[in-house]
Design a protein around this ligand. Structure first.
Ligand SMILES: Nc1nc2c(ncn2[C@@H]2O[C@H](COP(=O)(O)OP(=O)(O)O)[C@@H](O)[C@H]2O)c(=O)[nH]1
Ligand SMILES: [Mg+2]
Length: 105
């Protein structure tokens, strides 16, 4: 079986990372998908996109799409379109109250 055939059998999961600017969304996504961490801050304009293939117990392959949304998109018209179809919308800073406050507005 070729790689592309194997890929087509992967279950795809969409994860959307949402939160204020400079709260660490891109760092989290980069660390997760590329196992890298950058100390320099570079604002995400619009959207960044990462893919990571993982194997779950039972040899089930899953391709995770991580959508890293620029902080300025919160409250913007595109947000609902970005979040559409996500299995895992992650309000980044779930445990950080001020981030949740921003998301509520
Ligand atoms: N010390 C520390 N710095 C972090 C952490 N996460 C992100 N940063 C830094 O915070 C800044 C903003 O991070 P970034 O991921 O670009 O934020 P984003 O705007 O939410 O995507 C960058 O300079 C990162 O290096 C963390 O867990 N610890
Ligand atoms: Mg960013």
């Amino acid at each position: 079986m070729s790689d592309s055939e194997e890929d087509s059998q992967d279950k795809q999961l969409k994860i959307v990372v949402i939160g204020d600017g400079a709260s660490g969304k891109t760092s989290l996504a980069t660390r997760f998908a590329q196992e890298a961490f950058g100390k320099q801050y570079k604002q995400t304009i619009g959207l960044d996109f990462f893919l990571k293939r993982i194997t779950l117990p039972g040899n089930m392959n899953v391709t995770l799409q991580v959508w890293d949304i620029g902080g300025q998109s919160i409250g913007g018209k595109m947000l609902d379109k970005y979040v559409y179809g996500a299995q895992v919308p992650t309000p980044w800073g779930l445990c950080v109250e001020e981030q949740l406050t921003s998301l509520r507005h």
